[in-house]
Each structure stands twice: as C-alpha cells, then as structure tokens.
Design a protein around this ligand. Structure first.
Ligand code: ZN
Length: 149
C-alpha cells in the first residue's frame, strides 16, 4: 500500500470520501455501465446531452478510491462542456496517465492532474480511466457494458 499512499493526495481522498455528482440522473439522455474486472470497479454513468453540450452528468457505482475519485473529478471536469471539448479532454487525460511525464507537460488539466501519479502504477491506470471509457460508451449509446479489458 505504500506506493499507493503516495498518489492518494488530498484531492483524491476528498473526492473518494465525498464523490461529486454521485446520483442517478432521472432525465438522462444517455447511460452506460462500466466494469474494470482487474480491480472489480463498477460504475454507471448518466448524461444529459442537449444541442451538442453535456448539460449534466452523474455517476453511481462501487469501486476503489482511484476509480471513484476519478469518476467524481471527471463529472466536474466535463459538465457544461461541448462534446468536442469532452473528447479532447479525454484524450489529454488518457495521455497523462499512460505516457511518460515529459510528454504530458504543458497541458493544464486542473484538478485531474491529481491522478497523474497512476502512470507509475500500471494496474491502477484502468481504475482511473474506467469512468472515461464508460462516458464514451454512453455517448456512443453502446448496449454492452464498457470494459477496460
Ligand atoms: Zn480500481
């Protein structure tokens, strides 16, 4: 657990203990389920899309601290954004957690940068990206659950 402790920064702990937008979105226009079999994380992502803008987003689920905090941070980061901006944010975030540090420099991801440490922990990368893959699945209206495998 000692290596994990290093990335359990205040932001991650805060979002794990008090997840933001943790609810079922009654008026959701899009919904998808996600599963990370490697860790056992499960998530439901709900979206309300109107005129190409992500008007509202919420999630529910049960998972480890990284997956829960990442989902919570994601909902804050994407809410109110256009779908193109959401897509580019996903790509930038994905690069941050999968590429060496130097490649990710110069991009401001705000609070999402709290998760940069998972790049040192390959097993945890899927925990951090699960909510984003599920968001994409919801946007694509896939019927089968999103999986990190
Ligand atoms: Zn996990």
């Amino acid at each position: 657990m000692s290596d994990l402790r290093e990335i359990y920064q205040d932001v991650i702990l805060d979002h794990y203990r008090k997840p933001r937008n943790f609810a079922v979105l009654e008026q959701a226009s899009h919904h998808a389920k996600g599963h990370n079999p490697l860790c056992g994380d499960r998530i439901d992502v709900y979206l309300s899309v109107e005129d190409g803008v992500l008007q509202d987003v919420s999630f529910q689920g049960a998972g480890c601290a990284i997956s829960t905090a990442s989902a919570s941070l994601m909902t804050e980061a994407v809410k109110g954004k256009g779908l193109d901006a959401v897509q580019s944010l996903f790509e930038t975030f994905h690069r941050m957690v999968t590429q060496p540090e130097d490649d990710a420099q110069g991009v401001d991801l705000g609070k999402l940068e709290a998760l940069a440490g998972v790049r040192e922990l390959p097993v945890r990368i899927k925990c951090a990206t699960l909510s984003w893959h599920t968001l994409q699945a919801a946007l694509e209206q896939q019927d089968k659950p999103a999986s990190t495998e």
